[in-house]
Design a protein around this ligand. Sequence first.
Ligand code: ATP
Ligand code: MG
Length: 543
Amino acid sequence: MARLIGLVKSLGGYMALAIFMGLTGHLCAAFITILGGYGVLAALRFEIPFTLRGIFISVLIFAILRGFLRYAEQACNHFIAFTLLALLRDRVFRALRRLCPARLEGRDKGDLISVITSDIELLEVFYAHTISPAAIAFLFTIVMCLFIGSFHWILGSIALAAYFSVGIIIPLVTSKASGDNGLRFRTKSGELSGFVLDNLRGLSEILQYGQGKKRLLQMNEKTDTLSTEEEKMKRVAGRNMAVTSTAVLAFDLIILFVSAWLYQSKIVGFDGVLIPTLALFSSFGPVIALAALGSTLQNTFAAGNRVLDILDETPVVEEICGKPEILFSGAEAKNVSFSYGSETILSNVSVIVPEHAVVGIVGRSGSGKSTLLKLFMRFWQVQKGAVLLSGKSVEEINTGNLRDMESFVTQETHLFHDSIRNNLRIAKLDASDKEIEAACKKASVHDFILTLPQGYDTPVGELGDTLSGGECQRLGLARAFLHDAPFLLLDEPTSNLDSLNEGIILKSLREERACKTVVLVSHRQSTMRIADTVYSVEYGRMS
Ligand code: ATP
Ligand code: MG
């Protein structure tokens, strides 16, 4: 909670303004009733410190002020909340960029989406409806206790007990009673999102293998668990509301009876009965607002924790900046050992990639070829040995500099839900249409794009669904050609291609040799033919 509050620091001025306006607004509301009480006293010909006319004018002013202040307080709080949500989203996206790609491999994407969308959204409750209401309730309680206490200290103490019970004890007890319901609900909700996303991605497999019913049952089960969790939370909230209302009525009665007794004992006058009772009747608003938070607070903190967890997670590799920029002049993996967790993937692997050479890497599936390329990209950190570019360890090279020197075509090309042109342009933001076309010609995909109804402006379906595997692959290669980095890392660039397209791409690679250095992973003999040297990885070792 302290960390969530810490984020508000920069908006402290707005927060103070919101608290001031909220407090004044609530006081206006309470004093409208209290002044009404004085009006009644005046009508009954009791001595009161104000004139009836003064009372009416004050009530009118308070009523108008109340409306205005309520609006201004809410506007202020929501300004704070939404500014902070924007800030938090920005931080989470930054964190995800830092964690990418190593920490996000294998992480439940649906759960991540649920953190980024609904969990952050829930924090609005904390920023707009928790911090300032708590401060308002605290200050309001002090003012009202002093006011009621000015008639008699016993009455002031009853008011204090009333506010304390409704605003602190009841929410604390309910929040304890709801335990970790909130966290469970948020986690389950994340799981459900992940499950739905997984099913959507695997829709064709589900249909093909007749898994629809089973998956539907699982989905129902997850939805039911989520509903049960929600039901539990709502039940606690309902109970909380019932207890709060009962407590409010009980304290109203207590103050009425005690003040009546004080009146009978001639300790206070009639005004000492009417005004304190009315004052307590009309002043539970701010503390009830706190009481209602009791049951949702757990949920909010659970969401906050999930968001902070992402912010706190340490990346596998830190971004490097501030080192001198270098130019590419060959690469090398020197006695590299690497494992994901405890499973050793590469052990003592050495590969030398001289400038302008094409180095091939072969090996059976799962032998660590893609992993080796990821190490050249510094997606992961080597455990032993070193990966060098231009004789410098990749850990000594600015991350931006490294990315500029390398183009990595992965085994699966990810296409964004955007036009083909924009999908290519991510490799070079200021690329001209001519450059894009030249890259596509090299990747043997230009003619295909021209056959599409909107050419380069044709939208690509989500995850490249509307293109064939070979078309996606060639677009991935076109990106790499467009990026125009001196060091090309190609992971199975021709696995989905027919020999005609493969031939065109290999020809382009051969032509690029004068200014490019290539590491090529492939299972295809025909592709490997252009390699000057071929390394073979077997069981994580060079052979
Ligand atoms: P293929 O020819 O099938 O593409 P590969 O040689 O490229 O295989 P890699 O992708 O490097 O193989 O994977 C090597 C091993 O590491 C595999 O056994 C794989 O299961 C494992 N592996 C890959 N990525 C991870 C990861 N993020 N976490 C844990 N294990 C991983
Ligand atoms: Mg691979």
